[in-house]
Design a binder for this molecule. Structure first.
Ligand SMILES: NC(=O)C1=CN([C@@H]2O[C@H](COP(=O)(O)OP(=O)(O)OC[C@H]3O[C@@H](n4cnc5c(N)ncnc54)[C@H](O)[C@@H]3O)[C@@H](O)[C@H]2O)C=CC1
Ligand SMILES: O=C(O)C(=O)CO
Length: 322
């Protein structure tokens, strides 16, 4: 049997790779920098399947140069790098990996709440740098118990974060595109956006990046928050205006920011990194061995289904799913 031609933006986890190699002729980009556009165009000229990744712009122009393409799969729940309407127009289904990454991402997100409130990494730096010579001047944190956590984007991960917060004795309020029908069961209260900004001690952001959510958090929103507020972003960097966040932290309009996502990524020389009231992790929300393995498997399932013109198990534009 002739093998399917596929282009894959790595990394590709070993089990998924073995399954794909059985039926696919693979071109694998395994460098950490994104593939140059002209090289990608060449790779896609005869590709039937494409495993994309978040740092690659998949737009109308690219798709117009990929005449054989019948499926795109991506190992993430977010797909803000892909022009979904253009894919739908060309009847190309796009597979993503929701659900399997929820608990790992919620752990990391709530870990940022906990680490920043209790200054865990500062405590470790303090010990490592030899300052623990007496009981004085230890990093002093704040309680979670009895505080209000506001979640912006109460989807799958938001709900999993709410469960963790409730177990720590926090009240949970949320703002979402729509009020959840399971709100009572969630024991979380829907509030409007401004109310959430004003009332929350901790704000966790988990909205997808879209035209509507780009720079949802800027100067005015930080001014609206409590000066004691902790701001945690685990969604996408561009949901926040980075310069406005920097100013808010320098001016102490808010107390602290903990970020798993920033704009741009990677992020190694921005002044934000040097502020004392910031904790940044390198976009590791779903990065556990178990979760990344499951994401790899689901991505392979989506790709193989599309190549065989069968229904993708998780499809973003179901109207063109097979
Ligand atoms: N840091 C990391 O490694 C990870 C980050 N993510 C990010 O988290 C996002 C959320 O993931 P899930 O919870 O699985 O998605 P989901 O689709 O289950 O939840 C998103 C929620 O946000 C709401 N929403 C959308 N736009 C909104 C807006 N403008 N204002 C208020 N609410 C809005 C939706 O109604 C939905 O309830 C992903 O799109 C991705 O960007 C996801 C996984 C890992
Ligand atoms: O799934 C996503 O959207 C991520 O950011 C990485 O898991």
């Amino acid at each position: 049997m002739e093998k399917y031609k596929v282009a894959i933006m790595g990394p590709l986890y070993p089990d998924a790779r073995a399954r794909l190699e059985e039926v696919c002729e693979i071109k694998l980009w395994d460098k950490s920098d994104p593939i140059p556009r002209d090289e990608l165009v060449e790779w896609l000229a005869d590709a039937e399947g494409f495993i994309s990744r978040g740092d690659i712009k998949v737009d109308k122009d690219l798709l117009s140069q990929a005449p054989q393409l019948r499926v795109i799969a991506q190992s993430s729940v977010g797909y803000d790098n892909i022009d979904i309407s253009a894919c739908t127009e060309q009847a190309i289904p796009v597979g993503n990996t929701p659900v399997v990454l929820v608990e790992a991402t919620a752990d990391l997100t709530f870990g940022l709440v906990l680490s920043s409130a209790r200054r865990i990494h500062e405590g470790w730096n303090y010990v490592q740098e030899g300052h623990w010579t007496s009981r004085r001047n230890i990093p002093l944190g704040v309680d979670l118990f009895g505080k209000t956590l506001g979640i912006v984007g109460m989807g799958n991960i938001g709900v999993a974060v709410a469960r963790r917060a409730q177990a720590s004795g926090m009240q949970v309020i949320y703002h979402n595109r729509s009020i959840r029908t399971d709100q009572e069961q969630l024991a979380a209260t829907f509030v409007n956006f401004d109310q959430l900004l004003e009332e929350s001690d901790f704000i966790v952001v988990l909205v997808p990046l879209s035209a509507e959510s780009r720079h949802l958090f800027g100067k005015d929103q930080f001014k609206h928050m409590k000066s004691s507020a902790y701001f945690i972003n685990a969604s996408r960097g561009p949901v926040v205006d980075t310069e406005a966040l920097y100013e808010a932290l320098v001016n102490q309009d808010i107390a602290y920011a903990a970020l798993d996502v920033v704009n741009p990524e990677p992020f190694s020389d921005h002044p934000l990194i040097h502020l004392p009231n910031v904790l940044i992790t390198p976009h590791i929300g779903s990065a556990t061995l178990e979760t990344r393995t499951q994401m790899g498997e689901l991505t392979a399932d989506n790709l193989l289904a599309g190549l065989a013109k069968q229904t993708l198990p998780k499809c973003v534009n179901d109207e063109v799913n097979y």
